[in-house]
Structures are given as C-alpha cells and as structure tokens.
Write a protein that binds this ligand. Sequence first.
Ligand SMILES: [Zn+2]
Length: 216
Amino acid sequence: MFANNENLYIKKDPGHNFPINIYNRTLQDKIICLDPGHGGKDRYNKGYSGLYVEADGVLDIALKLRHALLDTGAKIILTRDKDMTLSLAERCHIAEKAQADIFISIHTDACGDPAVRGATAFYSLNPLKESKKLAHSIIEEYTLITGEPNRGARFRWNSRKTDDYYGVLRGTNMPAVIMECGFHTNSLNEARLLMPEYRLIVAHGLKLGIMRYFRK
Ligand SMILES: [Zn+2]
C-alpha cells in the first residue's frame, strides 16, 4: 500500500537529522554559495551571556542548510566548512569562481541595546533587482518559520554613498544577500541560537526562502 510512495525514500542524516526527499529536484541546475561569516582569527562576536560565538553558530547553520538543500539537487558551495580565517576577498572569489547563481552570507546580529531583536536581510546593489527579490524571499519565509520579528529587506550604503557597505556584497556580481539571523546580543535569541534544534529551524527558513526565490 506504500508502493511508489515517496515517504519510503525519506532518509535521515545522522549528523543533522534533516529529512531528505529524493524526489525534490527543483533546483537541479542551480549553484548556491553559502558563506558562514567570520571564523578562525575572527571569533570575537559573542552572545549576551558569552556562550554563543557567532563564527561557530553561523557555520553550523550553513552546514545544516547545505544538508537541507541536498534534496533540491542544487550544487552547494561553502566558503568555509570548518573554523578557519577567510578574508572578504577570498569569500567573494570562491563565489565568483564557482559561478554561483546566488550568494548568501550568514550572520547573526549585534546591538548595544540587548532588547533589540529580529532578522534582517541586506541586499546587494549589483544586481539590485534580483538581490532585492532574493532578500525579500528569504526574510519572508525566514520570519514565518522562526517567528522572529521582521526587520525587513534593506540596503546599506558605504559612507560615501557610492557602493555597498558590506565587502562581500561589493565583491560579488551575482544576486547576493547578507542574512542576519536574529540578534545574539538579545538573551532570548542567544538562548535559541545555542540550541541545535533552533539552528535547524533557521536553516529550514533559509531553505524555503531560497526555494521561493527560484520559483519565479
Ligand atoms: Zn557577522
């Protein structure tokens, strides 16, 4: 009675515990570059209590997202898959060399005011239209799944208002977004980010956003 039922083919990965549906190949020809921020010598950004380290949290989210995207058939490139130092230029070079269709830099946010929370997606000036669409797709799905307040899809100028503020957005030419997955300086948000189960939800939210973007 379960013959030809795709549930039969759902496997689980012991490391990340995410169901894989082998029939979902919707992003078959796409190349997606995921960039976990910081790492290596850059491990200074910590959560409200000091327990959460952004470099480690965003790496784990990226690894979970890579796994979650397996069933889409997309080719996933990671700028780093371990704790290592990587310059902004190197991150951009990896995405450009791979000829990625989209670039997503994964971060968690910080603010001097511990009450501030919510998720923000910053989009790139070049190309503006597609990057903006990518940012909107991700932030909408992300906030729906995680329940985080939506701080919106935004653009941030450099000080002279000539280009993107963020180096990885200046240095890439494909639709690109910096995703700030909540504020680790907020104690509730930090407590969540410390939980592997929550990081899995974060990865799932990002996945749905990516799939929505490609569903033109
Ligand atoms: Zn960061």
